[in-house]
Ligand binder design. Structure first.
Ligand code: HEC
Length: 336
């Protein structure tokens, strides 16, 4: 009999571990990441569960302190939850967490119910609570039947309660630009317009990419190539005439002294997600027309970006754009 029980207990623990191991294995198949590989994470997770199961067994066998299955089960559940919620990085979405925890719940239930004695051990306190007639059983019965429906009622109530939180903002940061814009009495077709200050030493248009030769140089040392002269004048617009740096920052990282007052925050040009993703003419449109010309899905009413056509000449706008790309070392996107 005891041999049979030992085997059954062994099978039980094995089943628990296999199922709990299967979950991170699935995660592994889905592609891991973070400080641990999925393999290490599986080892940690299984190690924790094993540790808990062996401790319970030792407590009972060696120290005479039995730990009822009814207490072991929620403990194991919490260990699994902590593993998936805190140890596993990057964090998994709630839907996945719910799925993994569902699998763990089944595994833990199996662990508690695989042999008749363990099922008895697990269910006995529940049965006592439900049917015995003595004081403690009664008390815990009433408590359970008050607390559980109470919790469900509270949960339902808080879900139904109308909430006054702000609606989620689904702002389009880079909406489609118009086909053409009017600026200082001239029409610019955004597909064909070119930055007139993108010039090489020969005074000809400098193809996107060719300006790399000027990256890293100092545009303020006096006798500099033509391109860097434009950069320098653009820098004067950025730091002087217009003061873009108040919002977009000295390092063009969007952390200017005013930036903290705005939501959405001023664009961070040093981030590869902004000007390096945009055509030069898109940036031209954005600088000239600012927040007010954005389309509805970009929340024009929320953008603090001023329409610079009212304060800068067309040439100053083109030059500040040259400066922004040069300073960050990015190339504008091209149509080709
Ligand atoms: C009052 C603060 C403020 C000032 C000053 C300011 N900006 Fe902005 N700018 C913003 C904010 C806020 C955004 C982000 C919201 C948006 O896209 O409209 C932005 C966005 C931009 C974008 C769009 C980037 C993208 O990824 O779509 C460009 C380009 C830009 N600014 C250039 C400039 C230039 C050039 C100047 C100076 C001539 C300037 N800004 C001055 C606040 C400012």
């Amino acid at each position: 009999m005891s041999k049979y029980i030992n085997k059954a207990v062994f099978a039980q623990v094995l089943a628990l571990i296999l199922v709990i191991l299967a979950v991170p294995m699935m995660a592994w198949a889905g592609g891991g990441g973070g400080p641990f590989s999925a393999g290490t994470f599986s080892a940690i997770q299984v190690g924790l569960v094993l540790f808990a199961v062996i401790s319970a067994w030792l407590l009972k066998g060696k120290m005479g302190l039995p730990m009822p299955k009814l207490i072991q089960a929620p403990l194991l559940w919490v260990i699994c939850y902590v593993g998936f919620r805190i140890i596993l990085t990057p964090p998994i979405p709630f839907s996945l967490l719910a799925m993994y925890m569902g699998v763990c719940t089944v595994a833990i239930f199996l662990y508690c119910s695989l042999t008749t004695p363990s099922w008895e051990e697990f269910s006995h306190p529940i049965a006592v609570m439900l049917r015995e007639d003595h004081g403690t059983a009664k008390l815990s019965r009433y408590a359970t039947f008050l607390i559980v429906p109470g919790l469900i009622a509270f949960q339902t109530y808080s879900q139904m309660l109308p909430s006054f939180g702000e609606p989620i903002e689904l702002r389009t940061v880079h909406p489609a630009p118009p086909a053409s814009i009017n600026l200082h009495k001239k029409t610019y077709n955004l597909q064909t317009a070119e930055n007139p200050f993108r010039v090489g030493e020969d005074g000809n248009y400098l193809k996107v990419g060719d300006e790399a030769q000027y990256f890293g140089g100092n545009a303020w040392t006096g006798d500099v190539p033509k391109f860097l002269q434009q950069v320098q004048q653009g820098g004067t617009v950025f730091f002087g005439t217009a003061g873009c740096f108040f919002c977009h920052g000295d390092n063009l990282d969007g952390k200017g002294p005013f930036s903290f007052a705005f939501n959405p925050i001023p664009a961070n040009f040093a981030d590869p997600g902004t000007i390096s993703q945009l055509q030069e003419t898109f940036v031209f449109w954005r600088v000239a027309k600012g927040g007010p010309d954005l389309s509805r899905e970009a929340f024009p009413w929320a953008s603090a970006m001023p329409p610079w056509e009212k304060h800068l000449t067309t040439n100053e706008i083109w030059k500040v754009i040259i400066f922004e790309y040069w300073h960050t070392g990015f190339f504008p996107r091209t149509w080709g």
